[in-house]
Ligand binder design. Structure first.
Ligand code: SF4
Length: 237
């Protein structure tokens, strides 16, 4: 594990892709939380659609807190697992209403990052990655959520040696260079989708080729990725 190597990766990816921009730099933290719950185990398109549907039906999260779980399931069905997701959303909204008198995550603003993550993950349906997304996207804390693309890329490059995204997250966040979480997060997801793909990584065009320790590099030319990259949480709020 090396902070210097991670810093180098961040710089190379910024040079390659540019500095990622967060479309709404001051989103409602609750929007980020709910969008991230909806994004679990589905793709960006389906979760974004379900988030917009839910917002359309309940423009005010307070009304959403008071609704029956079954009424929440219909607008979010495109995200899959609609019952557990609806239950998790309703539970956190009710908790906020009962304990803070309003549906807001403002109480996290002045809280230490680790404590805030602990507080969020004490609720059913909110895991470490979801809590980290809230802290990074909404409160701009230097904590980097790890998805399967980031897990794959960092372990191939050899800057992290871990067997799961959760273990990767633990190691990564111990050596994260200052103010690098958002750029690393956004660029590594794009990099994992477009270049360091699950099958047939496009090593011949990889900007990290020289520092990558992966034994099974694919140096034959592969068609470039044609799909667009859409980072859901950069568009929420
Ligand atoms: S050289 Fe290949 S395996 Fe290594 S990071 Fe680049 S695309 Fe991934």
């Amino acid at each position: 594990m090396s902070k210097e190597k991670l810093s180098k990766i961040n710089k190379i990816l910024i040079k390659h892709y540019g500095l990622p921009r967060q479309e709404n730099p001051e989103p409602d933290p609750l929007d980020i939380l709910i969008a991230t719950i909806l994004s679990q185990n589905t793709n960006d398109r389906n979760s974004y659609k379900s988030f917009l549907n839910l917002k359309k039906k309940y423009p005010d999260w307070k009304a959403c807190a008071r609704a029956e779980i079954t009424s929440l399931e219909e607008p979010i069905k495109s995200a899959g697992f609609s019952h557990p997701k609806a239950r998790a959303i309703k539970e956190i909204l009710n908790y906020l209403l009962e304990n803070y008198g309003k549906v807001s995550l403002d109480f996290l603003k002045d809280m230490d990052t680790d404590r805030a993550i602990e507080s969020l993950t004490s609720h059913k349906g909110i895991g470490i990655k979801t809590a980290q997304c809230v802290m990074m996207f909404a409160f701009h804390r230097n904590v980097c959520p790890v998805d399967r693309h980031i897990f794959r890329a960092l372990n191939r490059i050899g800057v992290i040696k871990a067997t799961t995204p959760e273990k990767t997250s633990l190691q990564l966040n111990k050596i994260l260079p200052e103010a690098s979480a958002h750029s690393l997060h956004a660029n590594l997801i794009r990099f994992g989708r477009e270049i360091c793909r699950q099958t047939l990584p496009n090593c011949s065009i990889c900007p990290l080729l020289e520092i990558c320790e992966y034994d099974n590099k694919n140096l034959t030319e592969v068609n470039e990725y044609k799909g667009g990259t859409f980072l859901l949480l950069d568009h929420v709020g």
